[in-house]
Design a protein around this ligand. Structure first.
Ligand code: CO
Length: 161
């Protein structure tokens, strides 16, 4: 396990379309473990592979709920509905927070580290975090979706991913 350096904006790798994972091997497991350590070290609620310099469709989310750490490999959004507007931060943009509007509900299909396909439904903050991470895999940064940047006195409890 290792803590990786987080790539901050601007960096080419953050705006790339990431490539699907082909091999579900030990190396993938190690990468996921490193991503977890890196996310925890930086108090994040999610992390995507390009944020540690890897152009691969791998992301994790952990909002400290009963689901634990959600590992998403080659994730796809298959359904969304509703709308939510809330604060968001990104580990690749230190000290930058903004309001982003996203669907309130999301259903995804993804693979776990063993290559087993699963579906997951999420709402509210978890849905927001999942969508933020999947955006990273398509090179889409939250700053392209911010409707209003937050002031310092509005940042209490806002987490980065
Ligand atoms: Co981010």
């Amino acid at each position: 396990m290792a803590i990786k350096k987080i790539i901050t904006y601007p960096a080419e790798v953050l705006e790339k379309q990431c490539k699907p994972v082909q091999k579900f091997d030990k190396k993938l497991g190690k990468l996921l473990d490193d991503m977890y350590d890196t996310m925890i070290e930086h108090d994040g609620v999610g992390l995507a592979a390009p944020q540690i310099g890897m152009e691969e469709r791998i992301a994790i989310v952990d909002i400290d709920n009963e689901l634990g750490t959600i590992e998403m490999i080659n994730p796809k959004i298959i359904k969304t509905s509703g709308e939510q507007n809330g604060p968001e931060g990104c580990l690749s943009f230190p000290n930058l927070f903004g309001e982003v509007t996203r669907p309130n509900y999301v259903k995804i299909e993804a693979y776990d580290r063993k290559g087993k396909k699963y579906t997951l439904e999420a709402e509210e903050f978890l849905a927001r975090a999942i969508q933020h991470e999947i955006d990273h895999l398509d090179g889409i940064l939250f700053t392209t979706k911010v409707t209003r940047y937050l002031e310092e006195d509005e940042l209490k409890g806002v987490e980065s991913e």
